[in-house]
Design a protein around this ligand. Structure first.
Ligand code: O7E
Length: 225
């Protein structure tokens, strides 16, 4: 199943709780990061994780190993089940997040290539491929790869094998869920759900793409179930 992960980037605690409650039945996880945590405080994580869905911390950690470890420790003491870090900071910093996540029974995802137009300035030309190799070396659980460039995400799939791919850029950034859902393990959707007049209905629409998992005929190997 291709999971549907809500990027809950709203600006208040009340909006976050309300949208999480309405959309929860159609989601597989919720991702929160700076917009919501800076607005509502980290206790919103305790509150959302109590709702039962896995909660992913999107602080795109990019620091020296000790600081990365401190951030990850804080994350996993607030009910998160996964953390996202950057890969360009190098092996030791990525390992700090991976090891801390695994110490807490959680997962660590590494950004290999971002979804916005400017991402090509640095991630193309071999960097994304090198980060993908680092992901395999460090034992990270998966990568973040762009729904806005399915061909790049498919290429990254050939490098990381059956590790998970979570893919943002669907909806508001123009990514087509039908083009990406067959390649990845989860689509990350924000504004197209939380800015909708009917967030539950929008989430339900995206949930239809769950069944596309592993259907991309160009994949060179079967996906993990
Ligand atoms: O465009 P939206 O509203 O659907 O939101 C997309 C979310 O995914 C938002 O939280 C943004 O910060 C995040 N994101 C990207 O859009 N592109 C990326 O390359 C990476 C991320 C991200 O979440 O990285 C960690 C998953």
């Amino acid at each position: 199943m291709t999971e549907v992960i809500l990027a809950l980037d709203v600006g208040t605690r009340d909006a976050a709780v309300s949208i999480a409650e309405k959309t929860g039945p159609y989601l597989d996880a919720i991702k929160i990061g700076y917009p919501l945590v800076l607005a509502a405080g980290l206790t919103i994580a305790d509150e959302l994780s109590a709702g039962g869905l896995p909660l992913i911390a999107d602080f795109k950690v990019a620091d020296i190993p000790n600081t990365s470890r401190l951030i990850a420790e804080e994350v996993f003491s607030h009910g998160f089940s996964g953390i996202i870090c950057h890969g360009f900071v190098g092996r030791d910093s990525v390992l700090a997040c991976v090891d801390t996540a695994h110490d807490h029974g959680g997962e660590c995802y590494v950004v290999t290539e971002m979804s916005h137009p400017g991402a090509v300035d640095f991630f193309h030309g071999g960097i994304a491929e090198r980060i993908a190799a680092l992901v395999c070396e460090t034992g990270a659980d998966g990568i973040i790869a762009p729904a806005t460039r399915p061909e790049r995400t498919q290429m990254l799939r050939t490098l990381i094998g059956t590790r998970k791919i979570l893919s943002p850029g669907v909806g508001a950034q123009g990514g087509d869920p039908s083009a990406i859902a067959g390649i990845v393990d989860g689509i990350i959707v924000g504004r197209a759900i939380y800015e909708s007049a009917d967030p539950a209905g929008a989430a339900q629409q995206y949930a239809q793409f769950r069944s596309l998992r592993g259907t991309n005929p160009h994949l060179p190997y079967p996906l993990r179930e």
